[in-house]
Design a protein around this ligand. Structure first.
Ligand SMILES: Cc1cc2nc3c(=O)[nH]c(=O)nc-3n(C[C@H](O)[C@H](O)[C@H](O)COP(=O)(O)OP(=O)(O)OC[C@H]3O[C@@H](n4cnc5c(N)ncnc54)[C@H](O)[C@@H]3O)c2cc1C
Length: 316
């Protein structure tokens, strides 16, 4: 049955005029954790009409959809994703400087944006140099670091709704942004965002960026595949402290996945690791912390697919 659905989904997407469609496309390389199985179909979209077509095909086929940005907050199940994974192509890049506001395409990588905005004399966005996501993923996650977050700057986000194929502009107050969370509808693809920023001396912002990068290199395992913070911080505490001092989990290993010795809230992988390894570690750390403190650590990492589905049979 799998092969029939695969052919039909990819074929129908191509028939809708989407140029870049791959069937049974491996996803691991699209993520910073480097684990997980294939998508039934992977499409790179360049225009809103492509997104509308993805929505039509998925609704007609009863197939799920998912958007992948830079894959820096994703754990893809070993069985893969039983539907269409959408990646925004170059048609969704670009930056417009509009006085105190800037508008950028959702496919722009956040670190590149941070540097370009610094060079252009904008202030307040240096923190974003250290978050290796796309602008769209950062809106979805309300990404933040070093005292800043997307909610501080966003004026609005432009969304294409897969159910209707329409583009809508949502003011920041309607996005339901809180700590590493938004209330975007499940069919909303962020395609652009407008930010309001300060202005100042580019040299000072560049120095801030250099210092943030240096701090990251010293405190995070940036030379090993990871997905950033695995858990969100519980109220009034730090997930890293709980994983390190309560669960004593630094160095804890399962298969090819390991709790980083450098930063306890990071799980790193080596070649051959599976999503099951990563998930197993997540559950074990959660259990240790819960048993000792009653606190249930909440994963920050987003799961794509069904972690319990048998490999080779991505479940719907
Ligand atoms: C080394 C490292 C350090 C990190 N540090 C931080 C940090 O300091 N602060 C922080 O907040 N995060 C951090 N992260 C996590 C990650 O970079 C952020 O969550 C980022 O916002 C994810 O963006 P992405 O494009 O990679 O999204 P993905 O990982 O591709 O996807 C994450 C979620 O966003 C959705 N999504 C992606 N693009 C879109 C879109 N265009 N429209 C709608 N939904 C979309 C996906 O469907 C998924 O639900 C770090 C990650 C790494 C690897």
């Amino acid at each position: 049955m799998g092969a029939v659905v695969t052919t039909s989904l990819a074929t129908r997407l191509r028939a809708e005029g989407i140029a870049q469609v791959r069937a049974d496309a491996p996803l691991a390389a699209l993520t910073t954790l480097r684990v997980g199985g294939p998508a039934r179909a992977l499409v790179t979209v360049e225009r809103d009409a492509d997104l509308a077509a993805v929505g039509r095909v998925c609704l007609a086929a009863g197939a799920p959809w998912a958007v992948v940005g830079r894959g820096s907050n994703l754990l893809v199940a070993d069985a893969g994703f039983p539907g269409v994974v959408v990646v925004l192509g170059r048609g969704y890049r670009g930056l417009e400087l509009l006085g105190p506001q800037v508008r950028a395409g959702a496919a722009e990588p956040l670190p590149t944006l941070a540097v370009r905005l610094a060079d252009a004399g904008y202030t307040g966005f240096a923190w974003a140099c250290s978050v290796p996501g796309s602008l769209g993923g950062a809106v979805r996650m309300n990404a933040g670091a070093h005292g800043g977050e997307m909610a501080d700057h966003l004026v609005d986000a432009e969304l294409v709704r897969l159910r209707t194929g329409t583009r809508e502009t949502w003011p920041v107050a309607t996005l339901g942004l809180r700590y590493r969370h938004s209330e975007l509808p499940d069919d909303a693809v962020v395609v652009a965002a407008t930010l309001r920023l300060g202005s100042g001396d580019p040299t000072a912002v560049r120095a801030e960026i250099a210092s943030i990068r240096d701090w990251r290199r010293r405190h995070q395992p940036l030379n090993e595949p990871n997905c950033g913070s695995v858990f969100t911080n519980p109220d009034g505490d730090s997930a890293g402290r709980l994983v390190d001092q309560v669960a004593e989990a630094k160095g804890l290993t399962r298969g090819g996945a390991r709790v980083s010795e450098r930063h306890a809230n990071f799980i790193v992988t080596r070649p051959g690791a599976t999503a099951a390894d990563v998930h197993g570690l997540i559950v074990e750390v959660q259990q240790r912390v819960h048993a000792a403190t009653g606190i249930r650590l909440r994963p920050e990492v987003t799961v794509l697919g069904d972690l319990t589905a048998p490999v080779g049979e991505a479940a719907g």
